[in-house]
Design a protein around this ligand. Structure first.
Ligand code: OOG
Ligand code: NI
Length: 410
């Protein structure tokens, strides 16, 4: 590319670069992408245009969500700048400390918020930050050690952050600057060859594998990169037929009846194999070892539910919802807009589900870890997250509602 590069181009290229990186690191991911593409081609062949109501085949084929985990508010604010350069804004607040088993993180998702941007490339990244001062997990001395360890590392080089800020300020980067941004940003999420301090890692792992994955290593990495599929049940069967053992269930709503609209988000995953990592032993020697922290995940997306629709879903599951677009729209249970002929078009659910996210985290743990519920939780909420990010933290419902009213529906 030669001309100036826009945030949209950067996002598309960043998602593709991470996909290439992750495929080289986790070969089963490549299988997952291949099988997803087969399933999508089959669904389109069988259902035609109807199958593209929830996104064009181009969008769905390129569509990925990533998951990353950082250690400090400063690191989170830096992530916001890197994704901000790619036209991705923080949306939603998720408190995984309330999950079973509890995970010592709070999270948001960076994604495009504009419908046209989502249609071009909806790359989104579920981003979690460790809560080091939550006494249910970390005593005062572990907190102090975590702060010191995390405070001493640099995840994102200054040059990358400068380029990110330039992109946010001017709305474009020169071709060479964009290439440099992509090289640095992709490298920041690569698995590091740096030896892991075994004793420190194991101490954290006894509390929480996620804490060890975040605070036990001096760099970060993508935890998973998730393709989107149009029929997750078909995908599940084909992966098992290829000998890849999936977790025992599909998270989120069950399959809806034939012809009924898909709602929200369905996800499933498999654990990646152990990956070679180097360890530093307490006596200073460095040895080869293995860690098993990453995995493959796949998702199927449906229509976004309104707060009322979500309340029904949370109480009664999909069985509580009507099974046509017309009824969902008329009862204001799901978000739709109308096309030129007045037909209903679903607004795709672009976010995450806390219960499924908890299940995804849990399927990835070496043990439940330990927490002491008699201890004091530390206060973390959307307001805290917004202050740390130093930018607006979008409410997902407000985004869907604005989109709908812009198109004159409801
Ligand atoms: C994030 C888990 C949540 C999802 O798809 O719900 C997630 C993580 O494992 O870091 O990615
Ligand atoms: Ni995920």
């Amino acid at each position: 590319m030669t001309g100036p590069v826009t945030p949209t181009d950067l996002r598309t290229r960043f998602a593709a670069a991470l996909s290439t990186l992750y495929g080289s690191e986790v070969p089963a991911y490549t299988t997952l992408v291949e099988v997803s593409q087969e399933v999508n081609a089959d669904v389109i062949a069988a259902a035609g245009a109807e199958a593209e109501r929830l996104g064009s085949i181009e969008r769905v084929t390129a569509e990925r969500h990533g998951a990353i985990r950082v250690g400090t508010p400063e690191e989170l604010a830096q992530v916001a700048r890197v994704f901000g350069a790619c036209g991705m804004a923080p949306v939603g607040f998720y408190d995984l400390r309330e999950a079973t088993p509890p995970i010592p993180v709070v999270s948001t998702a960076f994604r495009p918020t504009d419908r046209a941007e989502l249609a071009t490339n909806p790359f989104r990244v579920f981003t979690s930050v460790l809560v080091v001062d939550d006494r249910r997990f970390f005593d005062a001395s572990t907190e102090a050690e975590l702060r010191e360890f995390l405070g001493a590392r640099t995840l994102f080089p200054a040059e990358l952050l400068d380029l990110a800020d330039r992109m946010e300020r001017y709305g474009s980067l020169a071709a060479e600057e964009a290439d440099r941004f992509l090289a640095l940003a992709t490298a920041a999420f690569e698995l590091s060859p740096e030896p892991v301090d075994r004793a420190w890692y194991q101490r954290l792992e006894a509390i929480s594998s996620v804490a060890a994955d975040i605070g036990g290593v001096a760099s970060t990495h993508i935890n998973h990169l998730t393709p989107r599929v149009l029929d997750i049940d078909a995908l599940y069967e084909r992966m098992e037929a290829r000998g890849i053992e999936m977790i025992d269930r599909i998270q989120g709503p069950p399959r809806t009846a034939a012809g009924a609209p898909d709602v929200l988000l369905r996800q499933t995953s498999f654990r990646a194999l152990s990956e070679p990592r180097r360890f530093r032993e307490p006596d200073g020697t460095v040895v080869d070892g293995e860690l098993r922290v990453r995995f493959g995940e796949v998702e199927q997306r449906g229509v976004a539910l309104t707060p009322q629709g979500r309340a029904v879903y949370d109480r009664d599951g999909v069985a509580g919802l009507p099974d046509t677009d017309d009824e969902l729209d008329a009862a204001d249970l799901a978000y739709y807009v109308r096309d030129d002929e007045g037909r209903l078009l679903p607004l795709v659910y672009e976010d995450f589900l806390p219960r499924s996210a908890a299940g995804i985290f849990a399927s990835n743990l070496t043990s439940e870890g330990r927490s002491d519920t008699t201890q004091q939780a530390s206060l973390r909420g959307a307001a805290w997250m917004r202050d740390v990010l130093g930018r607006e933290l979008h409410d997902p419902y407000a985004l869907y509602a604005a989109e709908r009213s812009e198109h004159g529906a409801h």
